[in-house]
Structure formats: structure tokens, C-alpha cells
Design a protein around this ligand. Structure first.
Ligand code: SF4
Length: 183
């Protein structure tokens, strides 16, 4: 990040965009992070006979600071949500999120106050994966589709997204402050 801010638009940027996206999509490093039964399928995908190394992503990183892919594998409890958000915030930019399984994507059969009804209430999701649990082949399909998505991203799209999110957050904080001060 930062590279795109100093480059002129045109052929050079298009070429650089293609190369950068190819490099980013070919070296995604997932954070080691599992929440429930879906995590067993994720571990099978990473450590079993499915060979994620083919896609440049065999290393599940124990530190979020070395990871740029979060696979939310399992239902997210209200108690876990702030921890999940903290891990996401500590991951390097640019970063991506796969919501694995029906529970992470929508709360699934846990339609109650203890479970977040969709992890997109907590972090932005790039790819939703249905199933209970999704099989390793389905996770690999979601990963390949995410690779495809990254390859077609505008290089500065993330910067814009972050700026928009920050503006929304500032606006919300301002409104809260005004409310607290009784304006
Ligand atoms: S989707 Fe199914 S396997 Fe995954 S966390 Fe929910 S109940 Fe468990």
C-alpha cells in the first residue's frame, strides 16, 4: 500500500496492478483461527491431503501480523466478536475475509441472542461459503474464487474502502458525542 498513491494512471499502473494482484492472490497467508466445528474442515484442508501449497498458502500463521486472510470457521459468539475484530485489526493490509459455513455467514441454526447473526456485522466479508459444514473441496473453491476476485481488484480500491469506513466511523462518533452532550 502506498505504491498506488505515487504512480500516474495509464499503462504503467495497469501493468503494475496486474502484477501486484497476481502476487497478492498467489501468496495469501491465513491466520490460524477457528471457532467451532467448521474449523475441523478448515484444519483438514490445511493439514490434510488437500495440498494448499499448490496455491502458495500452505502456512497458517500463528500471528495475525503475518496473516492477510481470515477464515471465520464457525459461529461467532457475542463474547468472541470483539476478539475476532481485534485479530482482524492486527492483520496486515490489504486483507481479506472468508465466512465459512452457514453459522458464520448468518448465525445458522443458532438464531439466538448469544450468537452474532452474521460475521459481516463485525468484519467486512469478501467471500461467503455455504454449508454445514462445508467440505474441504468447498473451502478450496471459495479460496480460488477469492484469488480470482483479488486478481480483478483495483489497486487503490482498499485505500478508498478504508477511507470511506473511517469517514462513516467519524460521522457515527460525532453523532454519538452530540447525543451525549444533549445537542
Ligand atoms: S455451519 Fe455447521 S459445522 Fe459449521 S459451525 Fe455451524 S454447526 Fe458447526
Amino acid at each position: 500500500m502506498g505504491l498506488e498513491e505515487n504512480l500516474p494512471s495509464g499503462v504503467l499502473l495497469s501493468t503494475l496492478e496486474g502484477f501486484t494482484n497476481w502476487a497478492r492472490s498467489s501468496s495469501l497467508w491465513p491466520a490460524t483461527f477457528g471457532l467451532a466445528c467448521c474449523a475441523i474442515e478448515m484444519m483438514t484442508t490445511g493439514a490434510g491431503r488437500y495440498d494448499l501449497a499448490r496455491f502458495g498458502m500452505e502456512v497458517f500463521r500463528p500471528s495475525p501480523r503475518q496473516a492477510d486472510l481470515m477464515i471465520v470457521a464457525g459461529r461467532v459468539s457475542q463474547k468472541m466478536a470483539p476478539v475476532l475484530r481485534q485479530i482482524y485489526d492486527q492483520m496486515v493490509e490489504p486483507k481479506w475475509v472468508i465466512s465459512m459455513g452457514v453459522c458464520a455467514s448468518s448465525g445458522g441454526m443458532f438464531n439466538n441472542y448469544a450468537i452474532v447473526q452474521g460475521v459481516d456485522h463485525v468484519v467486512p466479508v469478501d467471500m461467503y461459503l455455504p454449508g454445514c459444514p462445508p467440505r474441504p473441496e468447498m473451502l478450496m473453491d471459495a479460496i480460488l474464487k477469492l484469488h480470482e476476485k483479488i486478481r480483478h481488484e483495483k489497486i487503490d480500491a482498499r485505500t478508498q474502502l478504508l477511507a470511506e469506513a473511517k469517514a462513516r466511523r467519524d460521522e457515527r462518533d460525532g453523532a454519538r458525542l452530540a447525543l451525549a452532550e444533549g445537542h
